[in-house]
Design a protein around this ligand. Structure first.
Ligand SMILES: *Cc1c(COP(=O)(O)O)cnc(C)c1O
Length: 361
């Protein structure tokens, strides 16, 4: 069996130890005589899986007791509507920072339900930086302030969070959840699709402060109401059972094998540094993001020559470095180096890039 180094932005690599464990437990989950895919979500054995997943997430992310953890479906994209439907209930206003496509989609959805206001945008330079924010541009009575913390497509990360005072900060952390410690108390709500750094596709985690629950608009579909899911322990209907189970295994891996999020963060910084150091020293390859806003998870780069980019992607794929083509809206290359990408995957990629540079001078 030979496995490739998969630089996909999502769905993406999972830790090999997790895949092996899932394989071991596939036919008979811990003596239940069934796979997790087959069991009733109302069974005791499944209840224990979802309870452990939540407990582990709370422990690993240090989530305070006054926040609810919800396991939902509909992707991070459904949150773009769920957030305004549930939270835009006071002034009917909300602030958005536009740092890329996902942030913009969130804003567009928010605009359908109230007065969504763009505080700042980095569109002028193809989202290659995080805009400096000026508090006087914030809406003082906004119901929430929305950011996309790590911009998967453009490769930028907020290394510092905006100070929104009493206005709840809401963040899409789909592509940076579990990559570094996050101070949950700084946020009213966090949400993340699972398929980047947590599990296979099919599940969205919502972490929401309790006082923000229970004020959804009358028109809110039942399935879009956080209260319904909070009251039912994420089991109002059938939850994404198997994805939640894999998330549990991934969280066990982070806790027991890696040693927690501080350790994970150290490894991720080291991994990203290897790639950025090479990009900074290369004459052929260049990172596209300003240094101070670089993502640890998604690293876009170009040669400046589209033909050479295409040649690189082709040869890299043949050499076992797959899904390294940039997003269809950006071009070039993008190496997504989530938690599960081993350090030697990045070292080997850099070696391959150096050899390619030497051969194509
Ligand atoms: C992938 C991604 C999304 C979309 O997630 P879906 O689960 O496909 O809806 C939203 N936001 C960010 C930051 C992402 O990386």
């Amino acid at each position: 069996m030979s496995r490739v180094y998969n630089f996909s932005a999502g769905p993406s690599m999972l830790p090999e130890a997790v895949l092996k464990r899932a394989a071991d437990e596939m036919l008979d989950y811990q003596g239940s005589g069934q796979s997790v895919m087959e069991m009733s979500h109302r069974s005791k054995v499944y209840q224990s899986i979802i309870d452990q997943a939540e407990a582990l997430l709370r422990e690993v992310m240090n989530i305070p007791d006054n926040y609810k953890v919800l396991f939902l479906q509909g992707g991070a994209s459904s949150q773009f509507a769920m957030v305004p439907l549930n939270l835009m209930n006071g002034s009917g206003k909300a602030d958005y920072v536009i740092t890329g496509q996902w942030a913009n989609k969130a804003y567009q959805e928010g605009s359908k339900y109230g007065e969504a206001h763009i505080v700042a945008s980095s569109k002028d330079k193809t989202f290659s930086y995080i805009p400096k924010l000026d508090k006087k541009d914030f809406t003082p009575d906004a119901d929430y302030f929305h950011i996309c913390m790590n911009n998967t497509i453009y490769g930028t990360l907020y290394h510092e969070l905006p100070d929104t005072g009493d206005v709840p900060l809401v963040a899409d952390i789909s592509s940076c959840i579990l990559s570094q410690p996050i101070d949950v108390t700084k946020f009213g709500m966090l949400y993340a699709g699972a398929q980047k750094n947590m599990a296979p596709a099919g599940m969205t985690v919502v972490i929401i402060r309790e006082d923000l629950i229970g004020h959804a608009r009358d028109i809110t579909p039942t399935m879009f109401n956080y209260q319904i899911h909070a009251d039912n322990g994420s089991m109002y209907n059938t939850p994404p059972c198997y994805t939640i189970y894999i998330a549990k295994l991934v969280l066990e891996w982070i806790k027991n094998e890696v040693g927690g999020l501080d350790k994970m963060y150290e490894i991720n910084k080291k991994k990203a540094q290897i790639l950025y150091d090479f990009l900074d020293s290369s004459e052929m390859f260049h990172g596209t993001v300003v240094k101070e806003d670089r993502s640890l998870m998604n690293v876009p780069f170009v040669t400046g020559n589209e033909e050479l980019d295409a040649k690189f992607v082709k040869e890299a794929t043949a050499a076992g470095f797959v899904n390294i083509k940039g997003h269809r809206t950006v071009g070039g290359m993008r190496a997504s180096i989530y938690n599960a990408m081993p350090i030697e995957g990045v070292e080997k990629l850099v070696k391959f890039m150096a050899d390619f540079e030497a051969a194509n001078k």
